[in-house]
Design a protein around this ligand. Structure first.
Ligand code: AVJ
Length: 313
């Protein structure tokens, strides 16, 4: 709560104003994101699901795992696990000896996932881990078991490249030298495909973005009028970064009671709430160049929208 307050205070004092995208994911935000993932415009989910369901055997082959040795399959930000279940099923069918460790900040999401896995894959050893990714990884490094880390869904895309660099570097510090990383990323492509994914006709993405203000209202006692803000996505293929903004429709002043602060918004003033980075080999190579990870292989969907990169050292 205190951190939330600090981050909001800092973001709204910035010029231009910003708010951190990590705060999208409260209970309502989790639900809205689930809805986003099933919209026709949000091609990312289907594209990565296609890779996991159609190229499962190839993926397992690339991972080059030892059937005789128990390993840990760790998923950072596991969410609903729909894609991963395709992989889990095939690993079980092929007789691999492993545990699945979904890691998430949301205890809610983990409980739902565990319940689902218990029904669809009752023999699977599932050990949910709630908390910060690095804390969790540091805690399981000691097991000395071989590890495969999954970081899917282009979740890394919410980080600026410098942040992504230190994230992957940190990841490397928290696993053993032979451990593998499977990184799912959305690929750079024309705006005709990308923009609708962040600006759907039903307005779900808009509601997702506005929910941030609603959360500040509820948790910090603010009086944002959600009707007075618009949702605005931006993207150019040249830059390769989708950006989401909330735009104040009018000149207005918002009070955040628990902070004892007021913030003024000019008509047309934007709050930057999210980046969704898109990638290609060159962008990713630049990100990992100062880490000891290398791109080993990539699997893409038939449309070439999305890629799962295998990174090894
Ligand atoms: C969960 C970060 C991959 O950036 O595409 C979806 C979040 N935001 N629609 C993305 C999101 C708006 C999503 N990630």
């Amino acid at each position: 709560m205190e951190q939330f307050k600090k981050d909001i205070q800092l973001g709204l004092s910035n010029v231009p104003k910003t708010l951190p995208s990590k705060y999208f994911y409260n209970k309502k935000g989790d639900k809205l994101f689930q809805e986003i993932m099933s919209m026709p415009e949000y091609y990312l989910t289907n594209a990565e699901f296609e890779i996991f369901s159609q190229k499962t055997k190839e993926l397992i082959h690339l991972l080059n795992l030892d059937k005789e040795r128990h390993f840990e399959l760790i998923e950072l930000g596991a969410g609903d696990g729909v894609k991963t279940i395709e992989l889990l099923k095939e690993l079980i069918t092929q007789g691999f000896n492993f545990s699945y460790l979904p890691v998430d900040i949301s205890a809610n999401a983990l409980a739902g996932l565990k319940e689902k896995l218990h029904i669809v894959l009752p023999t699977l050893d599932v050990r949910t881990k709630q908390g910060d990714y690095f804390e969790v990884l540091a805690g399981i490094k000691e097991t000395k078991k071989p590890k495969v880390i999954l970081f899917l869904g282009s979740n890394i895309g919410n980080m600026l490249d410098d942040k992504a660099k230190s994230f992957i570097y940190q990841l490397g510090k928290n696993v053993l030298p032979d451990d593998k990383l499977l990184l799912g990323v959305d690929l750079v492509k024309p705006k005709e495909v990308v923009l609708p994914a962040y600006n759907d006709k039903q307005g779900i993405t808009k509601a997702f973005n506005l929910n941030l203000l609603d959360r500040i209202n509820e948790e910090l006692g603010a009086d944002f009028n959600l009707d007075e803000f618009d949702h605005q996505p931006e993207y150019t293929e040249e830059e390769g970064i989708a950006k989401s903004f909330l735009v104040s429709k009018i000149h207005q002043v918002v009070t955040i009671k628990s902070m004892g602060k007021v913030f003024a918004f000019k008509a047309g003033e934007k709050i930057h709430t999210e980046i969704s980075r898109k990638y290609n080999d060159a962008i990713l190579n630049n990100i990992i160049k100062e880490t000891d990870f290398k791109l080993k292989e990539k699997l893409t969907d038939t449309k070439g929208y999305f890629a799962d990169y295998l990174l090894v050292r």
